[in-house]
Ligand binder design. Structure first.
Ligand SMILES: Cc1ncc(COP(=O)(O)O)c(C=O)c1O
Length: 359
């Protein structure tokens, strides 16, 4: 049995033990063939089988039909901050700026063309996401870009907005709940939080977007070319895609995304309860309760000294990765799909014990 502790890192993050065991076995000896899956051609039948099954399972999990393609890209979600406007920005595009990541998407977008920021919560250090009533949408935007879960600040869009050409950065909540991906123009995310290792980006592209695509400087950066070539314009990150396949199998075995949503709500609820019942010892950083993320739980403590002590003592108790992002401070507990219920239980209990000693 491997030694596994509760790892609350924001990403790269915990993966299910079963997925790691199966992937490790396939790395050494794929289906008893005497070679590992990372050691064969991406154009050979073994990897082609993996790629096809990963696409099929991804579509099943998200309830996608023939209208959308699944592509596995590289360069991180950050590369897509540029590729999206490079492909689809003609006149101007609408962006919601609700945190560090969507703000970055705006700044990368501005390198390519005209971006209209429909609303921003930066003035209050992104302590919430601007509400739909505040959004100043334009009537002729090429697309509307949102980040559905702000990893740094710990809030999410309770429901994804409706827009004819909605583009969603779902990096830190991909497949943690059912998503209306079939209604979106594009959904994308770096895999390293909920789906697999760093180095793979999952993108779901609605096929009618290809007709609106600009000519890209290279076909390597064209969504259409990547989809038509099954993400093999060049060598794809084969082992990363293999791990994604194991995660998709695991998600299905857990009961699919609706079951994950339930479990994630229970897990997050344990930690939010510990915050809300602490008589103010822990203070959530998100000011709009219904926007509290089920993936990244952020809170502050009475002093930096206590925060340091909390992080260090938690680590001694086999709970690591709890330090908050530098612009927010405090604690961030990232509890993606792979974090077991027991991990959240243990953290909630630790928070109660710590507060009762220090308050
Ligand atoms: C919501 C969100 N978008 C984008 C990124 C950037 O991802 P990458 O580092 O894969 O480029 C991150 C990384 O943490 C993120 O949390």
């Amino acid at each position: 049995m491997s030694h596994r502790i509760f790892n609350f890192s924001a990403g790269p993050a915990m993966l299910p033990t079963e997925v790691l065991e199966k992937s490790a076995a396939a790395l050494l000896d794929f289906q008893g063939k005497g070679f590992g899956i990372a050691e064969v051609s991406h154009r050979g039948k073994e990897f082609e089988g993996v790629n096809d099954e990963a696409i099929t399972r991804c579509k099943q999990l998200l309830g996608l039909g023939d209208s959308h393609d699944v592509v596995f890209l590289q360069g991180g979600a950050t590369q897509l901050f540029t590729l999206i406007p490079m492909n689809f920005l003609h006149g101007s595009a609408d962006y919601l700026s609700s945190g560090e990541w969507s703000k970055k998407a705006v700044s990368f977008g501005k390198e390519v063309g005209k971006i209209n920021v429909v609303a921003s919560s930066e003035a209050s250090n992104f302590d919430h996401s601007p509400r739909p009533g505040e959004w100043k949408m334009s009537s002729d935007a090429d697309y509307f870009h949102v980040c559905s879960n702000e990893t740094v600040h710990g809030h999410r869009l309770p429901t994804w907005p409706k827009h004819p050409n909605l583009i969603v950065d779902a990096s830190s909540e991909f497949m943690s709940r059912p998503h209306p991906a079939s209604e979106c123009a594009l959904v994308y995310g770096g895999a390293q939080k909920n789906l697999g290792p760093a180095g793979v980006v999952l993108a779901i592209v609605r096929k009618d977007m290809y007709a609106k695509q600009k000519k890209t400087p290279s076909k390597l950066w064209s969504f259409k070319e990547q989809a038509e070539n099954k993400s093999m314009v060049n060598t794809p990150p084969t082992f990363g895609i293999y791990i994604l396949l194991e995660v998709f199998r695991w998600l299905e075995a857990q009961g699919g995304l609706a079951a994950m949503e339930k479990r994630n709500a229970t897990k997050a609820g344990m930690i939010y309860d510990a915050i809300d019942n602490s008589n103010g010892f822990y203070k959530g950083t998100v000011t709009v309760k219904e926007q509290r993320s089920h993936m990244n739980v952020t809170y502050r403590m009475p002093s930096d000294e206590l925060t340091d002590e909390f992080v260090k003592t938690a680590a001694k108790n086999e709970m690591v990765g709890l330090k908050g992002y530098r612009t927010v401070g405090g604690i961030r507990a990232s509890i993606y799909n792979a974090m077991p219920v027991e991990g959240c239980q243990a953290l909630a209990q630790f928070m109660k014990d710590f507060a009762s000693k220090k308050a």
